[in-house]
Ligand binder design. Structure first.
Ligand SMILES: *Cc1c(COP(=O)(O)O)cnc(C)c1O
Length: 377
């Protein structure tokens, strides 16, 4: 019986062994480990790839999002206590970035068919104190739409993207194909090893076309200084190191090819899974999907633990993204405790992620599908 890991990062990175070895050796020998040529080159390449004027690298994805909101507050564009709309079913980091800046998250229910923020629920959730909307391209799928753009205009909401899971994803309309990360005032990216563009440790970045915002983010990430020993903000230290920059720059050239591979694997699932005890998210032509994850939604009444255990006993490993919604986490009991989000709760109760990673073989895919289609739980 084969054993299929949920994610085999060793296999994912093995293809780039030579590029990675060379990048690490080049930095190790260079004598410059932070803020050098590799970081500058990565920022240039990544902003060109995403299609923005600026890229500011930082230590991780949570920092990227936090730096955006800290800078908006520092620039006086937002005030402490202002409300930020955000999907209720996101990874908790999206919300941590908001609360860390003493802004108030307003949770918005997702659409059960797409798992992305519901535009109807969004419009209903808006209050006069809402000044910003953070969309999350969750699981690698574009959450942006022309309706979201209209809503932001109508209610004067500053749009921010959490693009931690969707590098290379795009929104398609009559203006062409625009990458997620270029659709808003500013976007936070994570290069955590499991993400579609993954480093060998922690790394993150902000992309934006707003020079003032980019400069402020760069200063706040550098102890609050633009010039050495001259501190205009009470900043922090958030840096991408030269090794991560060199590795990411090498891997960036293959991101589109990898995303196509992820899409092929997903298409294979869509074609061959017989959906008797679960459903798959619906697709939409304007919102591309790079499948950071492949979630399915078990039908009500299917016991998730039994379903997953039965598959694991056949060697097919799955995971859950995410088992507990942010508003039910102990740290947010006081913030959201009294509110209920039935769609979000339904998703968190019944979602399961199937294995999907570059390098998974056709043989493994066939085996996974056979096990799922003949599962009798
Ligand atoms: C991974 C992730 C983050 C945080 O990124 P880190 O690099 O782990 O700090 C933020 N938002 C989402 C949606 C993520 O998946």
């Amino acid at each position: 019986m084969p054993t299929i890991p949920f994610l085999d990062l060793k296999r994912v990175n093995q293809r780039y062994q030579q590029i990675i070895d060379e990048a690490v050796a080049r930095v190790a020998r260079s004598g410059r480990y932070l803020g050098g040529e590799e970081t500058i080159a990565f920022e240039t390449d990544f902003s060109a790839y995403i299609g923005t004027n600026y890229c500011v690298s930082c230590a991780n994805g949570l920092d990227a999002l936090t730096l955006i909101y800290r800078s908006l507050v520092a620039l006086g564009r937002l005030e402490e206590g202002d409300e930020v709309l955000v999907p209720a079913n996101t990874f908790i980091a999206s919300i941590l970035a908001i609360t860390e800046c003493r802004l108030k998250p307003v949770l918005v229910e997702p659409d059960l068919l797409t798992l992305q923020i519901s535009e109807d629920a969004l419009e209903k959730a808006i209050t006069p104190r809402c000044k910003s909307l953070m969309i999350v391209h969750l699981y690698g799928r574009c959450a942006y739409s022309s309706r979201i753009e209209e809503i932001c205009k109508k209610y004067q909401l500053m749009l921010v993207e959490d693009n931690a899971q969707a590098h290379g994803c795009c929104f398609v309309d009559e203006r062409g194909c625009r990458k997620t990360g270029s659709l808003s005032m500013a976007a936070g990216h994570s290069f955590y090893p499991t993400k579609t563009l993954g480093a060998l440790g922690d790394a993150g970045a902000v992309t934006t076309n707003d020079k003032e915002l980019a400069d402020t983010i760069r200063a706040i990430a550098n102890y609050g200084s633009e010039r050495r020993y001259h501190n205009i903000f009470q900043g922090r230290n958030s840096r991408m190191d030269e090794i991560q920059a060199a590795v990411l720059r090498g891997k960036l050239r293959f991101l589109d090819v990898e995303n196509i591979e992820r899409q092929r694997i997903a298409d294979y699932y869509y074609q061959h899974l017989s959906q008797h005890d679960f459903s798959l998210p619906t697709k939409a032509p304007q919102q591309s999907h790079v499948y950071h994850l492949f979630p399915i939604l078990l039908n009500d009444g299917v016991n998730r633990e039994h379903w997953r255990t039965a598959l694991a006993q056949k060697g097919v490993n799955t995971d859950i993204h995410y088992p507990i919604p942010p508003h039910r986490q102990p740290c947010y009991i006081k913030t959201f405790g009294h509110q209920s989000f039935p769609v979000t709760e339904r998703i968190h109760r019944s979602i399961v992620s199937l294995p999907l990673f570059p390098g998974i073989t056709l043989q493994e895919m066939t085996y996974i599908i056979e096990q799922i289609n003949t599962s009798t739980v």
